[in-house]
Design a protein around this ligand. Structure first.
Ligand code: TYD
Ligand code: MG
Length: 452
């Protein structure tokens, strides 16, 4: 009898091991190894697995920027780097219920409206359920084809037969290949299915969207292992409690990364938010202490965000430090600088910090905003109306220059702000013609003099 060969795979990162392990040596997760059967060589694979193996001169390879396919959803095209590139594989990840299927059905509809054929493969919902959703979205284009199928081989056969302009797989965790013995959703299956779909896409030039779930408990393979295989990774941020959704480009072989697209979930699907600054500032309290606006860069786009802080007397024991949307360690550091340089002693205070709207910011430009919000709340003095601040704060209290200052100032001016506190660095002398008062500071000591 032929012995079945098996290996153990970490369901989190795809690490292989000959024996079962409690802790994954690669990602450090516990209890994630699952035994999966290995087929040594799959007879159907070799022919299929070869791309046209003839070397070509780079000079003769045609690649035109104009070949990008526009989805018609501007926010989505932006994160894709200007549209869908032929033959690319795009992974769309996010928590369940965040709107992945909705967005892709909308994009598919838009493409189909242009007269293209789009194949939407679903392994999660029945054709009727998809139709019900499509009704809400007003999607009824003739070229939008729905296929309810989970078997990889027949999905590939259908794609090859139909040659759609775009294929959507919802979701990759439901697809399984009959060439593998492991169950759908396991790392082996997800990896094999994706690899075959990506290969098909590269060979035929048909772009494919793969929807992937990320679960907290991790019982099914997260799309982490896929990130290396695909060309573009888009992640949905935001929580289902809020109406807004942000899709962020985490990886993009064909465009800038960290670009974001902002949407609002309505009862008719996802609506684009063309002016995110206005959207994030919509509910900002006027004249309240502890609130400040920072022009932050998200990819190539400036967005005004509100940083809020609440500093209150610790009632007993250890002071609490809570930061949402900004790095916790950064806040501790800034608290210490504020204490030493400005004489604002927060040692006996609880500090709560929040970036309104649930956005996450990880650039140093937010430093000055964090410091200003904490100082304003501590002193119980509202920041002067119409003020924005940005700049990196160093350990000696110096304010350091940051990138793309001009774009940030322009966005603030466009949104009607009249004062901007910014770093006093070289190279920003030319901004004086802007319709906004520029207050340049070199040290944190100067901050409180200009803030209120
Ligand atoms: P869905 O796209 O099914 O999420 P995912 O595919 O990421 O799991 O989105 C489901 C949520 O979106 C659900 O909570 C209902 C809500 N929704 C709307 O608010 N409006 C709509 O028009 C649609 C289609 C969904
Ligand atoms: Mg879905």
């Amino acid at each position: 009898m032929k012995k079945i060969k098996t290996l153990f795979f970490c369901q989190n990162c795809g690490q292989q091991s000959a024996k079962w392990l409690g802790k994954c040596p690669a990602c450090g997760e516990w209890n994630r190894f699952v035994e999966e059967e290995i087929r040594e060589t799959d007879p159907s694979r070799p022919a299929d697995a070869r791309l046209d193996g003839i070397p070509q001169s780079i000079e003769t390879i045609s690649a035109d920027e104009g070949e990008r396919l526009h989805t018609g959803i501007a926010e989505m095209d932006r994160v894709l780097g200007g549209g869908i590139v032929a033959g690319s594989a795009i992974l769309v990840g996010g928590d369940p219920g965040i709107g992945k299927s909705t967005l892709l059905l909308q994009a598919a509809q838009k493409l189909a409206e242009k007269g293209l054929t789009v194949l939407y493969v679903s392994g999660e919902e029945s054709a009727r359920q998809i139709k019900l959703r499509a009704k809400r979205l007003g999607a009824s284009a003739k070229g939008l084809l729905i296929l309810v199928e989970v078997e990889l081989e027949s999905i590939l056969a259908r794609i090859q037969e139909l040659k759609p302009a775009v294929a959507v797989i919802d979701s990759i965790q439901t697809v399984y290949s009959s060439a593998l013995a492991s169950s759908p959703g396991s790392v082996g299956q997800v990896r094999e299915s994706s690899a075959r779909l990506i290969l098909m896409s590269k060979k035929t030039g048909i772009p494919v969207f793969l929807i992937g779930h990320v679960t907290k408990d991790g019982s099914i393979a997260g799309p982490k292992v896929l990130e290396h295989m695909v060309d573009t990774v888009l992640y949905f941020e935001g929580d289902s409690g809020h109406a807004y959704r942000v899709i962020r480009g985490m990886k993009n072989r064909f465009g800038p990364t960290h670009e974001i697209g902002v949407f609002e979930m309505r009862d008719t699907g996802l609506a684009e938010v063309a002016n995110p600054s206005a959207f994030f500032l919509a509910e900002r309290p006027e004249g309240a202490a502890g609130s400040v606006v920072v022009p932050s860069m998200e990819g190539t786009r400036p967005i005004l965000i509100e940083v809020q802080s609440l500093v209150s007397q610790t009632s007993f024991g250890m002071p609490r430090r809570t930061a949402i949307g900004v790095d916790h360690n950064r806040v501790s550091l800034l608290t210490a600088v504020l204490d030493r340089i400005c004489g604002i002693h927060l040692g006996g205070s609880d500090i709560f910090l929040n970036v309104a709207g649930g956005v996450k910011v990880d650039e140093p430009a937010i430093d000055l905003g964090v410091v200003s919000a904490m100082a304003s709340s501590f002193l119980d003095r509202p920041i002067a109306p119409g003020t924005v601040v940005f700049g990196e704060v160093g350990l000696t209290g110096e304010i350091r220059g940051i990138s793309q200052m001009e774009i940030r100032i322009r966005e603030a001016a466009r949104m009607g702000f009249s004062r901007c506190i910014l770093p006093r660095t070289q190279g920003c002398e030319g901004f004086s013609e802007m319709p906004i008062e520029l207050i340049r500071i070199g040290s944190l000591r100067e901050l409180t003099g200009h803030l209120f």
